[in-house]
Design a protein around this ligand. Sequence first.
Ligand code: AMP
Ligand code: MG
Length: 269
Amino acid sequence: MKQLIRELVVKPGTKFKLDKFDPGETFGYDKHSAADHLTKNVERLSALQYRLYAEGKRALLVVLQGIDAGGKDGTIKHVMTGLNPQGVAVTSFKVPEGPEKRHDYLWRVHQAVPEWGKMGIFNRSHYEDVLVVRVHDLVPKRVWSERYGQINDFERMLSENHVHIVKFLLYISKGEQAKRFRERIEDKEKNWKFSPADIKEREYWDHYIEAYEDMLRKCSKKHAPWFVIPANSKWFRNLAVSQILCDTLEEMDLKFPKSTTDLSKIKFE
Ligand code: AMP
Ligand code: MG
């Protein structure tokens, strides 16, 4: 499993190519054993979150990005299912509105950063400002190209202030996206998820791939690594994300605080 994590992390400073990466890869795991493993990871995550909360000195920020129908919502549902809602917050970033439009792009993001002791999950993030914004020329190149450095500085500042960061790009193939869109059209219970705008967005696939590659190359850092998750198989995606989260929290070596009172002297009826 540790091996898997080394395979999926984008090594800082390398010319990462997404087309060398197979979104259908499952690294020899099968669906059945993955389900058992996921159950164990979900339990581990719950125990680790308890420690994070008890320690109260550090936070974990999880960033989820991916193309439409990439599985961001499904990952949150299946991987975070055992977490105590008191210690976790999910923030979904949409098209900026109201005051968000009258501030710098990191303003809304900074406010959603988890406090120490908590986990924060970003369903989309500040990376939209170098993805959709770049693909659709919502600001000039001169503006978005400066943002990689700004994002790196922002994330470094957070990590120096006790916020641990892990970032996942859920990577599906164009064929898998078509299959999921079809399901959204055919399944009455999934109709609500379908937006005609997603079909239009699909035409920009290659532009997105280019923007993802730049983001991965420029913004994967030791203190805030990007992981590319092969996400055609939902069960593999869930397994990989849960494993990386467990390992990240375990490496943090979270400690229960020592009681400030001598508990052996406490007596009561
Ligand atoms: P969904 O995640 O399906 O609810 O869609 C949210 C939409 O908001 C997506 O189309 C994103 O590309 C878009 N979005 C999120 N952040 C930004 C941003 N900073 N600028 C423009 N569009 C954004
Ligand atoms: Mg959508």
